[in-house]
Design a protein around this ligand. Structure first.
Ligand SMILES: Nc1ncnc2c1ncn2[C@@H]1O[C@H](COP(=O)(O)OP(=O)(O)OP(=O)(O)O)[C@@H](O)[C@H]1O
Ligand SMILES: [Mg+2]
Length: 307
């Protein structure tokens, strides 16, 4: 059973999270909690927040680990000390209700280096890949996993937590071209080389994604994020469209179920081929400079380990 998102009020602004493309902010709230806030005024817009709520709450309903979501009342004046004008502009465009996610203290991003020190169960990997394929999440790749490992201080065994579903539900950018059977591009999925058992996940989870559950989950999205969508007269009509699409897609799982994942070796060979190609295109004097594929050098040295 899905619940109702709690309301809290941000009372202290802690810091912007510049590693996130939408520059979320960390705040403390009047319930003594600390939250990562995704702002309504960000370039990603309200649809990213709708996707966060629907996919995140679906993940939770299916038993995956996902931090609590809350609605955060944000008054930009609490962040008066923020020195950067573009972050201040984001805050002033976001006065009112925003989306907060419980902050996991000490959590580490599941990067390829952290993954070296961590084992992932094929069944769990299968459930996560299955959820991403159902919700057409294009942002859970090897270099942007949107998975965190927590806790990390030895109090309890570290586990995988899902975050950031803002880039899921890509069909809501083109309602007129929605095809619930559409295949899912999983080749670079962050968990693709853990032998994800997506068939077991499908058998276990598909029957649980009922119309009733989807209605409860879409009801959690605030009206304010569902108004003025072309082609939909009311927020409830748009909620029906989300629930209807996801229900049609879950019934068509045979059409999009990802199978035949590339092995770790195949991915490494693909990467090596790409690196060799980009070397060939370089002048002789540049060929000794390592090709980092756009990644910062620190990400390549394997120096990150779970504390
Ligand atoms: N609940 C959380 N607890 C602790 N850290 C978090 C939490 N949520 C996000 N972070 C940190 O902030 C970073 C950015 O968060 P997130 O990916 O949600 O933002 P985003 O703006 O949607 O990012 P992008 O679109 O660039 O992936 C994460 O990679 C992680 O390091
Ligand atoms: Mg992210």
């Amino acid at each position: 059973m899905a619940g109702v998102l709690r309301d809290v009020t941000a009372v202290r602004y802690v810091t912007p999270l510049r590693s996130g493309g939408s520059v979320p902010g960390v705040v403390e709230a009047d319930d003594l909690g600390t939250y990562v806030v995704k702002f309504t005024g960000s370039a990603q817009g309200r649809k990213a927040l709708v996707a966060e709520v629907i996919v995140g709450e679906l993940a939770r309903a299916l038993g995956l680990r996902f931090p609590e979501l809350v609605l955060v009342h944000f008054d930009p004046s609490i962040a008066d000390e923020e020195p950067h004008q573009e972050v201040r502009d984001l805050h002033s465009a976001s006065a009112g209700i925003n989306l907060g996610m419980d902050f996991l203290p000490g959590a580490k991003d599941f990067t390829p280096e952290v993954a070296e020190t961590f084992s992932v169960d094929p069944l769990e990997a299968g459930r996560i890949v299955w959820l991403d394929a159902l919700t057409v999440n294009v942002d859970r790749t090897v270099h942007s996993s949107n998975l965190m490992v927590w806790p990390t201080l030895g109090i309890a065994p570290p586990r995988l937590w899902l975050i950031d579903h803002g880039a899921a539900l890509v069909f809501h950018h083109r309602w007129d071209a929605t095809e619930p059977e559409k295949a899912y591009d999983f080749r670079h999925h962050a968990l693709g080389h853990y032998a994800p058992d997506v068939r077991a996940a499908d058998a276990e989870l598909a029957p649980r994604v009922t119309e009733q559950l989807l209605r409860e989950i879409t009801a959690e999205v605030p009206d304010a994020w569902l108004t003025d969508e072309p082609g939909f007269a009311t927020p409830d009509e748009l909620r029906e469209a989300y629930a209807g699409y996801l229900h049609a897609r879950v019934r068509a799982s045979a059409a999009w179920l990802p199978t035949d994942f590339p092995t770790r070796e195949e991915l490494a060979a693909e990467q090596a081929l790409r690196a060799a190609k980009s070397q060939q295109g370089r002048p002789k004097w540049l060929q000794r400079v390592p090709d980092l594929h756009g990644k910062p050098a620190a990400e390549q040295d394997g120096a990150v380990h779970l504390g």
